[in-house]
Design a protein around this ligand. Structure first.
Ligand code: CMP
Length: 229
């Protein structure tokens, strides 16, 4: 597929007309990177941002005790690398591919004039940055005030409501990240997550479906447990 057709599907550029899309498509370079590769390295200088045309990435950093802390998982249509592009500081985190991925790479000198000319793009960029800040603040608040089980309940509620369909009975069917990835997002160990998930299964709140790694989750009960906390 042509770059312009791929960019047309990216929410950040949804307000642009064909001519404007064509001008970005001409400036963006297409990059394909195989899974488990570093795209952006924390502390390195950076003068471009990446739009995810296909695939999924993990945004992470390392705590002082060497543990990986996952700040976000971003998928098709999302973007990263905008922070160094905008503030000219070193990269704030590592970004690695979870699966084979394809990106549009846009340089500062090409994007900044576009942001000045197109307030709609600037506004969308700001909205997404605000939403990420909200999410990071919420996670920080949970890490400092909740035990691991409740952090997991809150994560599962968010995950289901954002990424899954609600079934007729009010439960949600979803695919969860691996236990290690959950642990790295919730600042705990894989073993602790595995124990908490087993408990939820025993309590009948989380039910493994046959095949494809899908889970059914009773989100309403989880919300009640969070309210009672
Ligand atoms: P940049 O600092 O250029 O490179 C790393 C990128 O990771 C950063 O831009 C953002 O795009 C992304 N990033 C950093 N921190 C977060 C966060 N808390 N939530 C989501 N994305 C982030």
């Amino acid at each position: 597929m042509e770059m312009i057709d791929l960019l047309r599907k990216v929410p950040l550029f949804s307000e642009l007309n064909e001519e404007e899309l064509a001008s970005i498509a001409a400036l963006a370079s297409s990059i394909e990177i195989c899974k488990k590769s570093t795209v952006v390295q924390e502390f390195e200088p950076g003068d471009s941002m990446y739009v995810i045309l296909d695939g999924e990435v993990k945004v992470s950093t390392y705590s002082v005790d060497g543990r990986e802390v996952v700040l976000a998982l971003l998928g098709k249509g999302s973007f990263f690398g905008e922070m160094s592009l905008l503030d000219e500081e070193p990269r704030s985190a590592n970004v690695t591919t979870m699966v084979d991925s394809k990106f549009a790479n846009i340089r500062r000198r090409d994007l900044v004039p576009l942001l000045l000319e197109q307030p709609a793009i600037s506004l969308k960029l700001l909205k997404e940055i605000a939403s990420r800040l909200r999410k990071t603040s919420r996670v920080l608040e949970r890490i400092s005030s909740m035990d691991v089980s409740h952090r997991l309940y809150a994560y599962l509620v968010d995950h289901c409501q954002r990424f899954s369909q609600q079934d007729h009975d009010g439960w949600y069917t979803t695919v969860l990240p691996t236990h290690q990835l959950l642990a790295d997002q919730l600042s705990t160990s894989r073993e602790t997550i595995s124990r908490a998930i087993s408990q939820l299964k025993k309590d009948g709140i989380l039910v493994q479906r046959e095949g494809r790694g899908q889970m059914r989750i009773d989100v309403e009960t989880l919300e009640g447990m969070l309210d009672d906390f």
